[in-house]
Write a protein that binds this ligand. Structure first.
Ligand code: ZN
Length: 546
């Protein structure tokens, strides 16, 4: 997902508030090792105004992994009417946002249980019940990071992936969209219609979505590797084809670079989300202002839409592979979702806009990281930050993208993309950790990447070089490279271009410590030195000499 501008400001205020409080405790993750959900069957009936769930039931199919006598399911504060366990009426204890079940006997690995919760009410979060921009009522799921349990009882952690079937009953005039394939639409006696959607591959709970409202629906006019359709407010019917024109080439590009598109279809929806875009599997929601956004970063030469919309659309589509299909196994691994989506949107820009636009995109990304690191020095792999919303920061997005860019620069395109494809293939429709990514890239390259990951992902900061050079007039250039950043040394090799009156020469410096001196034989006096001339490293540098 990508935060909206308003959210960024909000996040900044929160962040400044946090900075004033010191000691951070390690975050507790909702990781359960005794059972896992495998499938959800969710039936929801909405009232005529789409302002309330009049009745609902969620059947949770779960498998026991380790012997246990109890199951806890996350659920918000909707009214629970009754509960069944394996078809029989069951008691439960409601406490701390959970429904707690004591099993009638000890459950053993591979045992299968079915819990069904019958409920109703007006969700306070997760399912946003509000008017669309035309003033028509709408209901849209918006669940990142763990808000789906306010309207569906689930195990609300990204690693708890499951398939899902939705039966959504709404007034006959409403359009309904959800994850997966539309199996059928049935008109029932009350004049309402029930829409059945089935998502056949496991998805993270934060990607489960329904959307109900008066949408103008259109199929993409462009060819795409999956059925591609648009759902926009009625007043924006004419804007959808051009506004979403980067979508079809995005799907094609990522399918070509990584693997086949992972879901049954892709719907792009304009509606309520607290983010700029939210990457629900096969049904992405974009902010209601998508087609009216200011183009602060200029217009795309390729698509004639704001450049920011090109990167936003490509970012959310890239998530279908990274985040949705290969899901972060813990919140500390969030960069495997956000850093990948940010970088792959950059790769799309490099391919379909221009090299110059890509370089600008990466420079803007580094500026965000440097500004963030002035305020907070934490690793990308962040086990401490307690508020999940605070993880929507430049570490997980822009610095994560830069880590991938540096790996690509170090390993070369062939090896890098081979490693990424192997990583995807090994973890698709499942979860992955930072160590899984490292292992895949090490296997593809034959290189030991432990030191790189230790410094760039598990530690904080970036190199701040000060390069001083001396021309000694004896056919020798002496360079003194000092790393001024607090914390440990960065051992990354750095390209240095030396310009003389006769031409240019490229050398690679391989620092061994924070102070590093190199003597370089050189025939002619240097005119200018450039450190990292091709922008392959997330660094800041000051150069002086003569
Ligand atoms: Zn994202």
């Amino acid at each position: 997902m990508r935060p909206s501008l308003r959210l960024c400001v909000f996040a900044l205020i929160l962040l400044l508030g946090l900075l004033s409080s010191t000691a951070l405790a390690a975050r507790v993750e909702r990781l359960i090792d005794t059972w896992r959900p495998t499938h959800y069957l969710v039936n929801i009936t909405l009232n005529d105004q789409l302002s309330e769930i009049t009745s609902a039931s969620a059947r949770i199919y779960l498998t026991i992994i380790k012997p246990t006598r109890e199951i806890d399911v996350d659920f918000g504060d909707l009214t629970v009417d009754r509960v069944t366990l394996n078809g029989s009426s069951s008691t439960f204890l409601r406490k701390d946002g959970k429904l707690h079940f004591d099993l009638p006997q000890a459950a053993n690995p591979r045992d299968v249980y079915i819990i069904e919760v019958f409920y109703h009410g007006k969700p306070k979060d997760g399912l946003i019940l509000t008017n669309d921009k035309d003033g028509k009522p709408a209901a849209i799921g918006d669940n990142w990071p763990d808000r789906v349990h306010h309207w569906i009882p689930v195990l609300d952690h990204p690693s708890a992936k499951a398939t899902v079937t939705f039966n959504i009953t709404a007034p006959a005039g409403e359009e309904v969209i959800a994850n997966g394939r539309l199996d059928h639409v049935e008109t029932i006696a009350s004049g309402q219609r029930t829409w059945t959607y089935s998502e056949g591959v496991p998805i993270p709970p934060y990607c489960m979505i329904i959307g109900v409202g008066q949408f103008a629906k259109a199929e993409s006019a462009q060819r795409a590797p999956t059925p591609l359709s648009y759902y926009v407010p009625l007043s924006e019917r004419e804007l959808a084809q051009k506004g979403f024109s980067p979508a079809s080439p995005s799907v094609e590009f990522f399918a070509d670079k990584v693997a086949a598109y992972p879901y049954e279809k892709l719907a792009l929806i304009v509606g309520a989300t607290r983010y700029g875009g939210m990457e629900n599997s096969g049904a992405i929601v974009f902010t209601s202002s998508l087609f009216n956004r200011n183009s602060t970063a200029g217009m795309s030469k390729t698509y004639g839409v704001p450049f920011g919309n090109v990167t936003l659309i490509a970012h959310e589509i890239a998530h279908q592979w990274f985040g949705d299909s290969v899901t972060e196994s813990t919140w500390s691994d969030l960069w495997l979702s956000e850093g990948f989506a940010t970088y792959f949107a950059g790769l799309f820009v490099q391919r379909y806009e221009s090299e110059e636009a890509f370089q600008r995109y990466m420079r803007d990304a580094s500026a965000s990281v440097f500004a963030y690191e002035k305020k907070k020095r934490v690793p990308i792999f962040d086990r401490d930050t307690e508020s999940l919303m605070d993880l929507l920061n430049p570490n997980n997005y822009q610095k994560g993208a830069w880590v991938l860019h540096m790996l690509r620069s170090n390993l070369g395109d062939d090896v890098f993309f081979r490693g990424i494809r192997a990583y995807y293939e090994a973890h698709k429709n499942s979860v992955a950790s930072t160590e899984d990514l490292r292992a895949a890239l090490e296997k593809a390259s034959g290189k030991d990447l432990r030191a790189f990951f230790a410094r760039w992902v598990y530690d904080s900061g970036h190199p701040q070089y000060e390069l001083k050079w001396f021309w000694l007039g004896k056919k020798e250039l002496r360079v003194v490279l000092t790393q001024k950043q607090p914390g440990n040394v960065f051992l990354d090799p750095i390209h240095l271009t030396i310009s003389t009156a006769k031409g240019k020469r490229d050398v690679v410096l391989k620092p061994t410590g924070k102070l590093f001196i190199e003597r370089i034989p050189l025939r002619d006096s240097p005119i200018k030195l450039d450190l990292d001339p091709n922008n392959q490293l997330l660094d800041e540098s000051i150069i002086s000499g003569g």
